[in-house]
Write a protein that binds this ligand. Sequence first.
Ligand code: AMP
Ligand code: MG
Length: 338
Amino acid sequence: MTMLIRVDPLKPNEEILRKAAEMIKEGGVVAFPTETVYGLGADCFNTTAVLKIFEIKKRPADNPLIVHIHDKNQLALLVDQSYERASAIIDVFWPGPVTIIFRKKPAVPKEVTGGLETVAVRMPSHPVAFKFLQLCGTPIAAPSANLSGKPSPTRAEHVIDDLYGTVDAIIDGGETPFGIESTIIDFSREKPVLLRPGPATVEEIQRVVSDLQIPEFLLKKTDEPVRPLSPGMSYRHYAPEKPVILVANEERLDEVLSKYPDAPVVCPQEMLSRFYGRKTIVLGTLKEPFTIAQQLFSVLRQIDSLTADVAIVIGFEPRGILFSVMNRLRRAATEIVE
Ligand code: AMP
Ligand code: MG
């Protein structure tokens, strides 16, 4: 049985959240909204509960989870290195959509970290997540609350579609504000490395961490297989079941359109007039690129409900938040037109 709990995202009712926190203490799994996407949480020190997350999501065991905390003091339970080099990031971005990789304490179960000697930690700023974590009192291991491979959930309805009946509770706090998963920075190595671009943009991170390394696989134009530093990054991901053609080079748009005359097009508002006569789905506006990130996964889920057998998605100039959006689109695409 799955309990559906609706809360006011800004002023969540504490008594109701307490019920969900009790479920966690009893070894249950609970989906909850964060400022990035919905997470599926369990007590990070309860291995049986953590294994339930993998079973429910059908997630490969080597794909590690992010541990969520509400208080910096909880780092001492998880981390086996000095936080000094990461302190500027913590001061500027926590609570918020940035995850930090540290060397882990032996007490952190290897099931949480996919067998790695490092642990990913984040302190969310969403009022529901923050309060829920406080009431749980223990760090919460939580990946995105979707079935493995599907686009991450940005609305409670997405979580219901994927996980209703298999989780103990779903906390509905409305649409998640950023809509894409956290920025991940690895501080366990000699130099800080960006592992996943997210809502905190590369430009913003570089203002705080001047020696940030950006690995080749994030900059690569082609999608040739490269060995990723972050295990979860090797899977096709965020993907609708239908094939998606990503047009990364606008000069080849006409060629793609004539090859797929019946394919619907996903594009920003500004480009709509180029597709008269075709089914279109609007993905935000270039004037407010954060709306593009916010709507991205909802739109990718929408593609599967269309009758066409293939969809065309128009790519973006990979700058600021749109660099993160393009990272997700590249991994959702079955074909990239460069
Ligand atoms: P999700 O919350 O579903 O976006 O999944 C968490 C992602 O965080 C994983 O797929 C990995 O890419 C990344 N991650 C978690 N822990 C680690 C770690 N110890 N080292 C590198 N990447 C990690
Ligand atoms: Mg995920």
